[in-house]
Design a protein around this ligand. Structure first.
Ligand code: SF4
Ligand code: SF4
Length: 436
């Protein structure tokens, strides 16, 4: 695609990067077929190609984002299916990330929306506050039924619709918190390795059993696990809201504590059990490429970051001692399949642990979770969830496995089939076997 940035504009490293990305796009439109919002809404401006064009216009003309640009960028799930499909290697993620930052800085949203986004950005990365908010949401849930239904034909989601969506996502009960940062879990038997395990923010409140199962499995296979003290939310949540100052501050803080751990007792990897976080940590190197003080360290941390299934693929797991005919529908989280290009390892892990694994039709399409998307765009998110659940039902599973806590919560909201992570089933079985 031809671009028309001035030399002065190209002196800005972000614009230079955007220019490189835009020039790679040949307007072929292949990406439209796999874009969930285009598939649902059929509007070119809700397709990757349409959004790329809108971003190009905004950046080239150096003008503030218009309401139309914001509407279509807000509707993007950042699922990155377009990046998997694109034959020209267009790095849509870095382009839309840049657009979101510009929108956040230059576009004045209506006050209720500003407040809602500020609350989400403040509460979600803080596990203590998030736990409290979940308890309050659970208490307030009966009130949701009393709230009037939002107008179906509204151009953008109403605050009421978003509050209802938030209340609907609150779980019926919360498990006890998992182990605190600073805990070290020694390897059982001979030590073969040492890893840090990302504690996460929403996941440690909603499902601490996932990391507990990972710790059980890793230590049983001779891997020492450390939960690094003073680690923070990885920054993914605020990064996707366009609040890069917050996201980069969190990235820097994590880099400092992880490097200290790596240079102290040593780390073979930083393991992540929530793929949305893994995608962002693997991008720290890019996000901080212009920061002289952090660029090299960020690249080092990104290289150390691994999805847990990647790491488990590199160590020899004890064979499963049980087979079963339980059918697991594997939901491939977008951040795992499109963001990190990890598609086979989770399924292999499940198969090796004795389950019958089935792929879900239209597996490239997002379930609608996408960070805070199911709160900010509840109508589209619900349609995507219903479509996902209907596709899952086609393989008649006994259980559903996913690689991301957001997907688990989202899918569980539309089905009575039990939902867990691809890890909790495999690791759960491995861990149980280990205790036998
Ligand atoms: S598939 Fe790639 S090159 Fe083609 S329009 Fe989409 S982003 Fe551009
Ligand atoms: S990230 Fe997903 S929703 Fe956004 S343009 Fe690409 S395919 Fe469409």
């Amino acid at each position: 695609m031809k671009t028309e940035f001035s030399p002065a504009q190209l002196a800005d490293p972000d614009i230079a990067e955007a220019n490189k990305i835009l020039r790679a796009c040949v307007h072929c439109g292949f990406c439209t077929a796999t874009c969930p919002t285009y598939v649902l809404l059929g509007d070119e401006l809700d397709s990757p190609r349409g959004r790329i064009y809108l971003i190009k216009q905004m950046l080239e003309k150096d003008r503030p984002p218009t309401q139309e640009v914001v509407k279509h960028i807000d509707r993007c799930l950042s699922c990155l299916a377009c990046m998997t499909t694109c034959p020209s290697g267009v790095h849509y993620m870095h382009l839309v990330d840049q657009a979101r930052v510009r929108i956040e800085k230059e576009y004045v949203r209506p006050l209720p929306e500003r407040l809602l986004r500020a609350v989400l950005a403040w509460v979600l990365p803080r596990p203590g506050l998030f736990r409290l908010s979940m308890i309050l949401a659970r208490l307030a849930r009966p009130l949701a039924a009393l709230l009037p239904a939002p107008k179906a034909a509204a151009a953008s989601p109403s605050l009421l619709g978003r509050i209802k969506a938030m209340l609907a996502l609150a779980p019926g009960s919360l498990p006890a918190p998992g182990p605190a940062g600073g805990s070290v879990f020694p390897a059982l038997g001979t030590r073969r390795g040492r890893v840090a395990l990302l504690q996460g923010c929403a996941q440690q409140v909603l499902a601490p059993r996932i990391n507990q199962a990972a710790i059980n499995l890793l230590t049983r296979h001779g891997i020492e696990v450390v939960l690094v003290k003073d680690e923070q939310c990885c920054g993914a949540l605020t990064h996707h809201l366009g609040r890069d100052d917050d996201a980069l501050a969190r990235a820097r803080a994590n880099i400092v504590v992880w490097l200290k751990e790596a240079e102290g007792d040593g780390l073979d990897a930083i393991l992540v059990t929530t793929s949305g976080c893994g995608t962002v940590i693997k991008d720290y190197g890019f996000m901080l490429r212009e920061d002289r003080d952090f660029a090299a360290a960020a690249a080092k941390i990104s290289a150390l970051a691994k999805d847990i299934t990647e790491y488990l693929g590199s160590i020899e797991l004890q064979p499963a001692q049980q087979q079963s005919d339980l059918v697991i529908a594997y939901h491939s989280a977008c951040s795992l399949q499109h963001g990190q290009k990890i598609t086979h390892a989770p399924k292999e892990l499940l198969s090796k642990n004795g389950f019958v694994v089935k792929d879900v039709p239209e597996s490239h399409l997002c379930c609608g979770s996408a960070g805070t998307y199911n709160i900010l765009q509840p109508d589209i998110a619900n349609r995507l969830r219903d479509r996902k659940v209907a596709n899952i039902a086609k393989v008649k599973p006994d259980m559903i496995a996913a690689g991301n806590i957001g997907c688990m919560v989202q899918i569980a909201g539309g089905t009575s089939v039990p939902v867990g992570t691809r890890l909790s089933f495999s690791i759960g079985r491995q861990a149980v076997l280990g205790q036998d």
